[in-house]
Design a protein around this ligand. Structure first.
Ligand SMILES: Cc1ncc(COP(=O)(O)O)c(C=O)c1O
Length: 423
């Protein structure tokens, strides 16, 4: 069979270049990698898996009154499509995020990635539908949108994290072209890839403009727990009109291997018979045709982690948050020490999170990355991969979450040697 007879996403140029990037990364295992935004591995501990599972089983028997046969059935059997830990997740959201969510409006998914896919699959009713997204955009979102055959229209980001005039203009432009802009995808906290966060006043304005433009907002929040000190509220916490579909992940808070995420969709959907039900129920119907249900064992592990920490992941992740803040500071100070004013190298200064963006005096493309990996032993992500269309040509995303301080220092020395070599 010919590849042209298969889904168009397989021959998409972005898929080809992501494969190429993975090949570069696997070809240089000794390189210092600023490419991947994975969580810190120093705190992983197999003993914790047993503690998490025990804590969840104890919760079932001693707090909810399950007998041992019921506990076994819950863990071993196919499960409820919406998931089994919605009550614990909503307690965490109330505690850490000030979000009051009804457990019935929540679907536990196989990572946030599945949540993004089922939401887009559900919103994409016809070929008139488009998704607006703040650009640069997380590649997992654009990839999942391609699988859902939902075109992504970029909205300018700017220094505030979103250009609200451009958001309104893009919504108008889409409607004028006979299209239906369904929602705007946003990451108000330490965005991937830009690292930028929105102030609370920008978040409020975004909610207002979205309402005026008749748009839902898809809020993706995998990094919000890593604020050091007071933080602006999430869009969902500020949402009084049920405009926000909230996407959550347990990956970056220390357990990507569990593959557990979730979506809160409390929007009312009116059926053909005039009755209303939350959008979450319809997302669950789609999920039942994709993954049936999220592994109950994986949910039990996340549930146990929540229970052992009083449902506060902010408290559970203090050490991790401290190490991410320290790493980002080292990265930004290290850039300043190595690239004085006039060097032609500039960068943004996020207040936290996993990423910063560096602008170079030459194209930071795949070729430059391959050269840098081969000659200087350091990896990063060309920002052009995060743009729908052109953009980011001279920019590199540096991720520092997974590295030790020594690796950051060594990696920056190598990166500076690469820049000197190419300039
Ligand atoms: C912005 C963003 N959203 C979603 C995800 C995917 O999360 P999960 O691992 O829960 O599928 C990631 C992972 O890197 C991410 O950076």
């Amino acid at each position: 069979m010919d590849i042209s007879s298969l889904h168009a996403s397989l021959t998409d140029s972005s898929v080809a270049s992501m494969n190429m990037l993975n090949e570069i990364a696997s070809g240089y295992p000794e390189a210092v990698s600023f490419a991947s935004g994975r969580p810190q591995e120093a705190f992983f501990d197999v003993a914790l898996l047993h503690r998490y599972l025990d804590a969840y089983c104890y919760h079932l028997t001693d707090e909810l009154g399950y007998d041992s046969r019921e506990v076994a059935a819950l863990l071993f059997q196919y499960g409820r499509t919406k998931g089994i830990i919605a009550d614990l997740i909503t307690r965490h959201l109330e505690h850490d995020e000030g979000i009051a969510a009804d457990p019935e409006s929540l679907v536990v998914t196989v990572g946030c990635q599945e949540a993004m896919f089922i939401v887009m699959r559900c919103l994409r009713a016809s070929d008139r539908d488009v998704l607006l997204a703040i650009s640069p955009v997380y590649v997992g979102l654009t990839g999942a949108a391609r699988l859902a055959d939902l075109p992504v229209w970029p909205v300018r980001s700017g220094p505030d994290g979103i250009d609200l005039e451009d958001l309104a203009a893009q919504a108008r432009r889409a409607r004028k072209a006979g299209l239906r802009p369904r929602a705007c995808y946003a990451m108000p906290d330490f965005a991937n890839p830009s690292g930028v966060s929105m102030t609370e006043s920008t978040r409020r304005d975004l909610l207002t403009v979205a309402a005026q433009s008749d748009l839902l907002l898809l809020e993706d929040n995998p990094y919000g727990l890593f604020h050091h000190g007071p933080r602006p509220r999430t869009l969902k916490a500020l949402d009084t009109r049920r405009q926000v579909i909230y996407l959550g992940s347990f990956a970056k808070i220390g357990f990507p291997g569990a593959r557990v995420g979730y979506v809160i969709a409390d929007q009312d959907v009116t059926g053909a018979d005039g009755t209303t039900a939350p959008l979450a129920g319809h997302l669950s119907q789609i999920k039942s045709m994709v993954t049936v249900n999220t592994s109950p064992v994986a949910q039990a592990l996340i549930g146990g982690k929540l229970l052992l920490n009083g449902c506060s992941l902010r408290a559970a992740n203090r050490r991790e948050t401290d190490s991410y803040v320290r790493n980002l500071r080292l990265l930004l100070d290290g850039l300043r020490d190595r690239f004085p004013d006039g060097s032609g190298v500039t960068w943004n200064t996020p207040a936290g999170g996993f990423f910063a963006v560096v602008t170079l005096p030459f194209p930071a493309d795949d070729e430059a990355l391959a050269y840098c990996a081969r000659e200087h032993g350091v990896l990063w992500m060309p920002m052009s991969h995060f743009y729908v269309g052109d953009g980011g040509t001279y920019q590199a995303r540096l991720a520092c979450s997974q590295l030790s301080p020594d690796q950051i220092t060594a990696g920056l020395d190598r990166f500076a040697a690469f820049v000197a070599d190419k300039s």
